[in-house]
Design a protein around this ligand. Structure first.
Ligand SMILES: [Ca+2]
Ligand SMILES: [Ca+2]
Ligand SMILES: [Ca+2]
Length: 182
């Protein structure tokens, strides 16, 4: 997170509703990076990716009400929170994954709708210094009551495009969504 070549940890603290960055030193010990703790709305999940292509890792957070918030990293372990870096999904989401679905080298967001059995995709249209995610049409992840609970992205048919797998608790199935959109 601070560009020193050593992998750091980002911790989503649900008790204090904060994010904390733990930096690794050369002896492989982790210590809190000063100024890295942010008082935030509670997030159910966080992810790390360089969303705006400036070479610095950003944080992606899933908030209640189906809101995705991007905190832009400064490359030194600090993050900027801007009101314009929030993107609404059509409904509440239980979890998300980051994947470059259209292979434009910008990480897109795939989220699983809560209760609605829906897949939500936010296509990354960000430019350097400006986060922008465009909501694509919702995809049905299964019939109502199929309870999708987990998703994963990988190129399952080896055509070079990442596909989406959804695990459903209601009918005990794993369903593949072949990427033909891009
Ligand atoms: Ca960035
Ligand atoms: Ca992309
Ligand atoms: Ca594929």
């Amino acid at each position: 997170m601070n560009g020193d070549g050593l992998t750091d940890l980002v911790v989503n603290e649900s008790s204090s509703e904060a994010v904390r960055v733990l930096q690794q030193d050369a002896t492989h010990r982790f210590s809190p990076l000063s100024g890295s703790v942010m008082g935030l709305e509670r997030a159910t999940q966080i992810g790390v990716a360089d969303c705006d292509g400036d070479g610095k890792k950003d944080l992606v957070r899933l908030l209640a009400g189906g809101v995705i918030e991007v905190l832009r990293g400064d490359g030194a372990g600090g993050f900027t929170r801007l009101a314009s870096d929030r993107f609404s999904l059509p409904g509440d989401a239980s979890n998300f994954t980051l994947a470059d679905l259209d292979r434009d080298e910008r990480m897109d967001i795939v989220a699983l709708g809560t209760g609605s059995a829906s897949l939500y995709i936010l296509r990354n249209r960000s430019r350097r210094g400006a986060s922008l995610f465009e909501l694509l049409p919702t995809i049905a992840a299964g019939p109502s009551g199929s309870q999708p609970i987990a998703l994963s992205v990988a190129d399952f048919d080896a055509d070079g495009l990442p596909d989406i797998a959804v695990a459903r608790a209601g009918d005990s199935r794993i369903v593949l969504f072949n990427n033909r959109s891009f």
